[in-house]
Design a protein around this ligand. Structure first.
Ligand code: HEM
Length: 696
């Protein structure tokens, strides 16, 4: 009781003290509380429920921030049971104590940046959405780390409830104060009970066996041996190392760190963001196709594009446009194709259909062009020169470009390019076609803007698609516009289709998940008094928590972008002591991270959407992007995440509501083979049969 009471009172005392010199922060918290009351039509004397607490992002962030500076438990000590070597080589002897100092960790520039000693709310809020962004518990170990984190989270909710009540009522009668304090202390006792009951020392795994590099060849022999199962090989190597990262040596002395450690991931994506650009290796591979587009640039060029694009991505008008485009494609193309297949009883390749859907969709969103790749009327698609030439050129260009990453002799593609032979010759032709089309459309848009400003000089040229928005904003060069649009197309082309292909495959062996998704859709329809002829709106999609969790869970096991590589610009040391040298690449593997017991618990390899849901409310609970970097994290986090969920949830809900999708595969067949291009595809596609749901 005493320990619990002192811990919370310490946290809140420092919190109120910090707040006294930050009136703007206090105002924001009060406004948040007020808006929650207004939204729920509740009064000051109504108690806060879990849903209210979940929405108190400012308050959550400010208490978290206060504890970063004034950790209630400033250090913690553990006992070493056997001789051990820490990931950075430090030796620890049996019988030693090992202490970590949360207080010091909360004040380290290397962890929190140059403003580490400021009380800054924004540090733990997503820039775009203002939602709370939890840190890795190993960087912010205020609730200790490892298996007891969940209990810490519950405790922090109670803290919020307590503080919100204090802040709102300003004063409490002494009796109520004692009762609150008593209840609160009980919660702390509960928290510490679980700390002591559940924290057992984790075993320290050995380094990956057989991974010593060969002179000159580095790890090439092991790489070649595992080339058909690279993702799983990396995952095994990573899981077998104590720091969940290892050094990979490529031929010619190129070295890099392969990691699946959230502390490392956060360090490269956010903590030392400026030190880890995409770098010359990645940008040179992609440059012919993407030029200096947002996906392939660093520094000022990237910053300018990011600023322009993120403004547009946050507009309601773009989100509405995206929803409209998705609905049109669903109603006019995908659903009729599935109906036709159901009537004829034919087998379809669902991956192919989803890729066509995504391509039509991104072309509309990027520059309002319809390549009609999914047109049920194949004759229309074939006659349309835009469709036949642009779509296949774009696919060739992205496939061949991604192939450049997989050369066993890394720069051999340059030799082919120099002599204009093989895949490089085809790449050049494909890129020329893509660029010609893009420039034609850009010129037409610019002309449209000119005509518009002559005819309506007093109003601004505005249209829905991304290109028109960029054209309307400023007088950007043709190259700038071409590169940014091609980058967006590549980003949005195969990511959602990859996610949904694996999702439908997982669903085929988890009927209980499918049943819950259907029940959720049904209950939303009932609540809105709508029928399955009505389209889903934003509000419907937002309420599909279980579907959201299922898609998120599927991407944990099969992330559409399975790994990502950055370039280390200068010698660096990670928070855990891991040293990285200037010129190394640092790659994080989302695929490995999604399959680590240390991160997801003993059921890490099971498809369990429930792990993403609040037990009490059933609402979706996001993870730190550094533990789940499926959409990347930090300043370069995916811009299309919301757009992707709109698309994926709309497709999944509409298809599942109308059809039973059965995967066609032999009994006892092994899981589908993974194929890594720029995205994670299913080798050979996903053959399915569909039957109208009402006919089952
Ligand atoms: C399930 C779907 C998606 C996933 C898993 C995903 C994942 C990612 C990842 C991992 C990155 C970082 C890539 C890198 O830096 O190399 C990224 C960046 C990006 N994504 Fe997505 N993405 C998805 C859909 C989309 C969509 C539909 C769009 C919209 C067009 C989009 C737009 C972007 C852009 C523009 C970037 C570059 C951001 C920057 O560098 O500042 N993404 N995405």
């Amino acid at each position: 009781m005493l320990a619990g009471k002192d811990t919370t009172s310490s946290a809140l005392t420092w919190f109120f003290w910090l707040l006294s010199s930050h009136p703007k922060m206090e105002a924001k918290i009060l406004a948040e509380i007020k808006s929650i009351h207004a939204r729920r039509h509740s009064f000051d004397d109504d108690a806060f429920g879990f849903e209210d607490l979940r929405e108190m992002n400012y308050l959550h962030a400010s208490i978290t921030e206060s504890m970063q500076l004034y950790a209630p438990v400033p250090f913690n000590s553990l006992h070493c049971l056997a001789d051990d070597v820490l990931p950075n080589g430090t030796t620890v002897k049996k019988g030693w104590f090992v202490s970590y100092a949360s207080y010091s960790m909360g004040r380290m520039e290397a962890l929190w940046g140059s403003n580490f000693d400021e009380f800054k709310l924004e540090r733990s809020l997503e820039a775009e959405t203002d939602t709370f962004w939890p840190e890795s518990p190993f960087k912010y170990p205020m609730f200790q780390g490892g298996r007891i984190c969940a209990w810490g989270r519950r405790w922090s909710k109670l803290t919020i409830m307590f503080t919100a009540t204090l802040m709102e009522l300003r004063f409490l009668p002494p009796q109520s104060q004692s009762i609150l304090l008593f209840l609160f202390s009980l919660s702390i006792l509960y928290f510490f009970f679980f700390i002591f009951r559940r924290s057992t020392p984790d075993g320290v795994p050995a380094y990956p066996p057989g991974l010593e590099p060969y002179p000159l060849l580095g790890h090439l022999p092991q790489f070649v041996k595992n080339r058909r199962r690279l993702l799983d090989w990396f995952a095994e190597c990573i899981a077998a190392t104590p720091s969940n990262s290892f050094v990979l040596c490529r031929p010619g002395g190129v070295r890099g760190l392969m990691t699946a450690n959230p502390v490392h991931v956060e360090h490269i994506l956010r903590g030392r963001f400026e030190l880890y650009p995409k770098g010359p290796r990645v940008t040179s591979l992609l440059h012919d196709f993407l030029g200096d587009g947002i996906f392939n640039s660093d520094g000022e060029s990237w910053r300018l594009q990011r600023k322009t694009a993120s403004f547009e991505f946050n507009t309601k008008s773009l989100r509405s446009f995206v929803l409209r485009v998705v609905r049109d494609e669903l109603l006019a193309r995908l659903l009729p194709r599935l109906n036709q297949a159901a009537a004829q009883g034919v087998v379809l390749d669902l991956q192919d259909l989803l890729e066509r859907f995504a391509f039509d969709n991104i072309c509309k969103v990027a520059f309002n062009q319809d390549p009609a790749c999914l047109s049920p009327d194949t004759a229309t698609a074939a006659q349309d020169p835009f469709s036949s030439r642009f779509a296949s050129a774009f696919n060739d260009a992205s496939d061949i470009t991604s192939g450049r990453f997989r050369y066993v002799v890394p720069k051999f593609w340059m030799v082919k390019k120099l002599f204009g032979v093989g895949s490089e010759r085809r790449l050049k032709e494909a890129i020329t076609t893509v660029h010609e089309f893009a420039v034609k459309i850009i010129r037409a848009k610019k002309k449209e803007k000119q005509t518009y400003s002559v005819s309506k000089p007093s109003s601004l040229f505005k249209a829905d698609d991304l290109l028109s928005r960029f054209v309307a904003n400023e007088d950007h060069s043709e190259d700038f516009l071409r590169d940014i649009v091609v980058s967006f197309m590549l980003a949005g082309k195969d990511t959602t289709s990859s996610a949904l292909t694996w999702f439908f495959w997982l669903l085929s062996s988890h009927p209980e998940v499918e049943a819950k998704i259907l029940a959720e859709i049904k209950s939303i329809r009932a609540r809105r008094h709508s029928s399955d002829d009505d389209e889903f709106g934003f509000e419907d999609l937002r309420e599909m928590n279980y579907l959201h969790a299922s898609i998120t869970e599927s991407m944990r096991l099969y992330p559409p972008v399975p790994s990502n590589s950055l370039h280390c610009q200068d010698d660096d040391v990670f928070p855990d002591g891991t040293a990285v040298k200037k010129g190394w690449f640092v790659s994080y593997s989302s695929y490995s991270m999604g399959r680590m017991e240390a991160l997801w618990g003993s059921d890490f390899d099971e498809f369990k959407p429930e792990r993403w849901l609040e037990a009490e409310t059933g609402s979706f609970r996001p993870e730190s992007p550094f533990k789940y970097p499926v959409f990347h994290g930090g300043p370069r986090m995916c811009l299309g995440k919301d757009m992707a969920y709109i698309q994926m949830k709309s497709i999944a809900a509409c298809v599942l509501e109308r059809f039973v999708v059965t995967v066609v595969r032999e009994k006892e067949a092994p899981p589908p083979e993974k194929m890594v291009t720029l995205t994670l595809k299913m080798k050979g596609g996903l053959p399915v049969r569909v039957v109208g749901r009402e006919k089952c």
